[in-house]
Every structure is written in structure tokens, then in C-alpha cells.
Design a protein around this ligand. Structure first.
Ligand SMILES: Cc1cc2nc3c(=O)[nH]c(=O)nc-3n(C[C@H](O)[C@H](O)[C@H](O)COP(=O)(O)O)c2cc1C
Length: 371
């Protein structure tokens, strides 16, 4: 049932990243500055490495937009890799020594075996999360479509390592402002300070640190997704999209894991008349999805990010060229990417919801969708 699709191509140190988005309706006034704003949000965050100081991402639109509006044709995007200038000499000459020691937690080992390679470079070039810049640009387009239908996507960081934020009971707009003003994207300033200290500590120890971010979609109409087939279920589609982000290893809808320890009557969000012939709820433990469809409440997703695998202090591994035990060699890397992953999470949620919205309302143009 997918109406909206995208594919990306590009390597971490290749000339550029690209994306083709197919299925966007005609008539979205594309705000290119806001795509670049989203890209720069992905590049930020306390704990990012030197690479992000080299890159200043900009999405160039190559197709599908004429006179500033989508035409209904596939949209093609290109994001230049500035680091390419440091790499292009090596790119086609094969003069770099092969990387024969797979780094635990990376795609290296499985990729080398799967593709029959004695060098991890071709694997890590594409497995690198640099690819998520393309996803954020695609998500920015999806957000522009969703905004026309009153759907907004928010995110914040809830936890870095063992430090958990006490998230204040504020409107999403206010939480958003606090998160946007924090380099760890945490709306609890006391926890944010401790999170920065935890990142510093991990960095000093030559280590990395993970955490949990939350994505909220507010304003989605009732009935996105469907209970009728497994692959139309909105819950499954959202979790798949989130867990497809590199380093994301889990996603829950609402307070799923807390709910699992409770009894049914403590969990389910009771319905009350809203006085206008519809219903209201006073809780949202289901996270805005019942029976695999949006139920009108905010869609709330909590997402677990592992500590990223490139640690300055080495991990034990095996040199596949010799079969000997050895240690990993450090590659330039971030220490904590949870704030950046939250921005990628927003993009993936925006994409899934834009697809579900198109599926529900159809239409080849925004005007037709609105009708
Ligand atoms: C925005 C972002 C940036 C990342 N940067 C790094 C990095 O600098 N170093 C690293 O080891 N992993 C980084 N990762 C995670 C790895 O790409 C990922 O863990 C690895 O490719 C293995 O995939 P998996 O964790 O999904 O199994 C990053 C992930 C994201 C979302």
C-alpha cells in the first residue's frame, strides 16, 4: 500500500549523497531553507566528532520541483560531501590499505563475509550513518506535506547513558523550544548538564555512550494505517522505520514496556464524551495508536540508541587476513549521537505518516488531498 517511496545512494566519503522520493503530490511549496535547517539540526549535538565540523550540509534539488513547487514527478536530491576533497585521490586508485580487522558493533564482519570482501572499506562506506543526511532531507519534504494537514513532529532526548531526564509537563511547543535550545536536546536543564558530563566522561575514557529519544507526532487524524493487513499496521511501519536508523536497537509505542508490567484496567485509555458527539481521553498510554491505526491522540514513540561502536579505546577483534587476535584501530568518530539520531527519527516518522496520509486521502495534488 505504500504510496510514498524513497531510495538513497551514496558513500560516506564519496562525492555526494542522493535520494529519490517518489509519490509526493503536486503543489507542495518546497522551502529549501527549511530542508537545510533540518540537515544542520542532524549535524549538531554535544558529543559529535570532527567530521561534522567539516560538513555544512546543503540539499540541492535536481528534479521534481519547478517554480518552487513539487510537480508530482519524483524529487531528486543531492547533498555534497565536503570531505570528498580529502578522499577523491584515493577513491578510484585503490591505494588505501585494506581494513581487515572488523570493528565489533559495525557492519564490517557480516558485510565482508556476505559480499566476499577482504576489505571492510566498501561496507563501512555505505553502512556509515552519513546516509541519514539523505533521510533527513526526505523527511523535511514529508514534514512540509504534513504541515499542510496540521501534523507536526517533535522530538527530545530522554536519557543519555544512565542519566534520565524528568520531562516537565509542558505543551509540545514548549518542550520543543527547550529541546531545540539544548545541545543534548533534553528539555530538563538539570539532567542536560548531567548528560553532558556523562558524554565527557565517556569521551575521556575513550568510550561511547547511547541513550533514549522520544518522537511525538501531534495532529494526525484518526485512522492512519489499518488493522486489516500486517503490512498496513501503523505501529509496525513506524517501528520498522525507526529501527532502520543505524544504532537504533528498539522502539516502543506509548509506555509499552511499563504497560507490560501492569493490569489491563491500569493501562487502557478510557473514553469519555467530549460534549460534541465525539470522545476524549485523559491518558495516552497507548501512544496514539490502537488496533494499528492512529486514534487521534498524539503518537508517542520512545527509541533506544546503542552506544556507537567506534570507540577510541580499542575493542578486541580478529585480523581476517591472518586469523590472529588483534585490537580495532580507531576511526574518526562521534562519542554520542543520540541528539542527532532524534532528528533522524523525526524524519523517519514524518515519512511514514506522510505515506499513511497519502494512502488515506489519495490525490495527485495537495489541493485534491485537501478536498
Ligand atoms: C546520526 C548518526 C551518526 C553516527 N555516527 C557514528 C560514528 O561516528 N561512529 C560510529 O561508530 N557509529 C556511528 N553511528 C552508528 C553506526 O552507523 C552504526 O552503529 C553501525 O553502522 C552499525 O549499525 P547498527 O548499529 O544499526 O547495527 C551513527 C549513527 C547515527 C544515527
Amino acid at each position: 500500500m505504500t504510496v510514498l517511496r524513497f531510495l538513497t545512494a551514496g558513500e560516506s566519503h564519496g562525492p555526494c549523497l542522493t535520494a529519490i522520493v517518489d509519490g509526493l503530490p503536486a503543489g507542495i511549496a518546497v522551502d529549501t531553507a527549511s530542508i537545510d535547517r533540518e540537515l544542520s539540526r542532524r549535524q549538531g549535538g554535544y558529543g559529535r566528532g570532527k567530521r561534522m565540523r567539516i560538513e555544512r550540509d546543503h540539499a540541492e534539488i535536481l528534479a521534481g520541483v519547478i517554480n518552487g513547487e513539487t510537480t508530482g514527478a519524483p524529487v531528486a536530491l543531492r547533498i555534497e560531501n565536503r570531505d570528498w576533497a580529502n578522499w577523491h585521490e584515493h577513491w578510484y586508485t585503490g591505494d588505501l590499505p585494506p581494513l581487515t580487522v572488523p570493528r565489533p558493533g559495525h557492519a564490517d564482519y557480516a558485510g565482508m563475509v556476505k559480499y566476499g570482501l577482504n576489505d571492510a572499506r566498501p561496507i563501512l562506506e555505505r553502512a556509515s550513518a552519513r546516509e541519514t543526511a539523505s533521510r533527513v532531507a526526505v523527511g523535511a519534504l514529508a514534514k512540509q506535506l504534513l504541515a499542510k494537514f496540521g501534523v507536526r513532529i517533535w522530538s527530545y532526548v530522554k536519557q543519555i547513558g544512565p542519566v534520565k531526564g524528568q520531562i516537565p509537563d509542558l505543551s509540545y511547543v514548549k518542550l520543543w523550544e527547550l529541546a531545540e535550545g539544548s545541545d543534548v536536546r533534553c528539555p530538563d536543564p538539570i539532567a542536560a548538564k548531567k548528560m553532558r558530563a556523562a558524554i565527557d566522561e565517556a569521551s575521556k575514557a575513550g568510550d561511547t555512550i547511547g541513550g533514549v529519544f522520544v518522537v511525538i507526532a501531534d495532529g494526525a487524524p484518526v485512522g492512519l494505517g489499518s488493522h486489516v493487513q500486517w503490512d498496513r499496521r501503523l505501529d509496525g511501519r513506524l517501528v520498522q522505520a525507526l529501527v532502520s536508523i543505524p544504532a537504533v536497537k528498539g522502539a516502543e509505542i506509548g509506555s509499552a514496556f511499563d504497560n507490560a508490567a501492569k493490569l489491563g484496567r491500569e493501562v487502557h485509555d478510557e473514553l469519555f464524551p467530549d460534549g460534541a458527539g465525539s470522545v476524549r481521553r485523559v491518558t495516552n498510554r497507548a501512544g496514539g495508536i490502537e488496533g494499528a491505526m492512529s486514534n487521534g491522540a498524539p503518537i508517542v514513540l520512545r527509541v533506544a540508541v546503542k552506544p556507537i561502536p567506534s570507540t577510541i579505546s580499542p575493542l578486541r577483534s580478529v585480523d581476517l587476513a591472518t586469523g590472529e587476535a588483534t585490537n580495532t584501530e580507531y576511526q574518526r568518530s562521534d562519542v554520542c549521537i543520540v541528539p542527532a539520531a532524534a532528528v533522524v527519527g523525526e524524519a523517519m516518522v514524518a515519512f511514514v505518516l506522510a505515506d499513511a496520509l497519502l494512502e488515506k486521502y489519495g490525490g495527485d495534488s495537495v489541493a485534491e488531498m485537501k478536498r
